[in-house]
Design a protein around this ligand. Sequence first.
Ligand code: SAM
Length: 266
Amino acid sequence: MTTEEMSTQRTRESNADPARVYDYFIGGESGFDADRAAGAWINFQAPDLLAAMRANRAFLARAVRWLTEQGVDQFIDIGSGFPLSPNTHETVLSAFPSGSVVYCDVDAAVGERTRELVAGQPGATFVQGDIRDPERLLAQPAVRALVDSGRPVACVLAAVLHFVPEEADPARITAVLRDALPPGSYLVVSHVAGDIPWDDRNSTEALRRATEEMYPRTRSQFTTFFGDFDLVEPGVGPAPRWHRADGAADENPDLPIYAGVARKAL
Ligand SMILES: C[S@@+](CC[C@H](N)C(=O)[O-])C[C@H]1O[C@@H](n2cnc3c(N)ncnc32)[C@H](O)[C@@H]1O
């Protein structure tokens, strides 16, 4: 390792990173001490935030499973995060061995881990990219191949758009992605809500302290991300309410994280 690489590694290890803190909460092992320290604070002080992160991941798993049940076998998962089972490709490729999943994240460390995990699986791949530049992302050959197939693709934007400020125009980003998708495709989105209060005041504080700025949005702002796609039942609402899992009775159904799935007309 060069001196420069060692210094980058030290910086990476001493700063809490939102992707790794999130991974720590949903049960992953990618974190360093700084991530675990930030995680411990949230764990004790902001239990709702922890519940919302887990509810988001559970929504993602339910949505991917539901989409495979609708016959969708091609997925683009943007802001995919550190892998944690059930990962999108595990669900999709077990239903459709010849299916395709393209993961995309801006974080190189996420890329390293994802590439290791999917190595040797022709149906799964990772491309590094920034959702704020959707044209560039769509031009990546692996992504291009799916959108050019003419067959339905599910584009998953789980817990990523709340990292995109208004200046970067999330409405335009989602419009570009929607336009590129073939007829019959689906858009899956989850996003921290700005108009549902957190039960514990510390969750707001924890979001404020996050090293990466977050931009919670209202239900109507969230709904615009789906454009003219048709929302599938139950529409837009808190993530735990989307195809609520059996046995989820103890979970707060109104955690401040919106979720929805919508379909492009044929
Ligand atoms: C909270 S995690 C969500 C992971 C996964 N989608 C889930 O819902 O479990 C957010 C991920 O978005 C990624 N991310 C943040 N900003 C991004 C951007 N501009 N472009 C692509 N990915 C981004 C982070 O690196 C992180 O891995």
